[in-house]
Design a protein around this ligand. Sequence first.
Ligand SMILES: Cc1cc2nc3c(=O)[nH]c(=O)nc-3n(C[C@H](O)[C@H](O)[C@H](O)COP(=O)(O)O)c2cc1C
Length: 213
Amino acid sequence: MGKIIIDENYAGADWYFMLHPLKAILVTTADIDGNPNILAVGWCMPCSHKPWRVAIAIHPLRYSHKLIAETKEFTINVPTVELAYQTQYCGEYSGRDVNKFKEAGLTPSPGKKVKAPSIEECVAFMECKVVNLFNTGDHTTFIGEVVYAEAEEDYIKAKSDSRTVPNRYFDPGAVKTLLHLGADAYVTASSELYKPDVPPPARSWKEQQLGKN
Ligand SMILES: Cc1cc2nc3c(=O)[nH]c(=O)nc-3n(C[C@H](O)[C@H](O)[C@H](O)COP(=O)(O)O)c2cc1C
């Protein structure tokens, strides 16, 4: 047993398995008449502390790509394992063919600052306005600025003893995160907490953040 080379011949288009599991999210959109759609997304990450910004990579063939490009808005909804079926459904069917809210049995809740509805059954949502987009290969990466967000209060925990951020997180005992392994497979996070006892650096985390060299 040792490391093997992962190349075209070994992994084909699936080379990115090395970075999974990634948290699955549900991105909601609306067309210019307000008709909503949902797609499952694994390729999503925060990309700015302040302003609050997130990046999502969407393939141009997705119907949602057209809607986001047209409306410059989208909402990120956070599902849990209880919504694994609905997430997979929204990741296999296209809004060009079906009404995914109706077919997946999800409840739309009117958007606060964007046209796209959020999903009632999700534990959090972030409404975003597109501030930039990049062709990052065969996907377009949309950068969204968070203009409004809500999360289930009962599930939020805060650590008072943290010397670095984040000190707030969803209680893994209460919220079973939906992590996408790839294709139609998911896992969830264990609630085992790892808290490495790293000695504090000479310059505090905040000083480093402020860029004092
Ligand atoms: C868990 C999961 C994650 C996915 N992640 C992405 C992604 O990050 N980007 C993307 O373009 N498509 C992704 N897909 C595929 C789209 O969700 C899928 O093509 C969907 O049917 C597109 O819907 P639409 O045509 O209504 O926009 C994912 C699918 C699943 C099941």
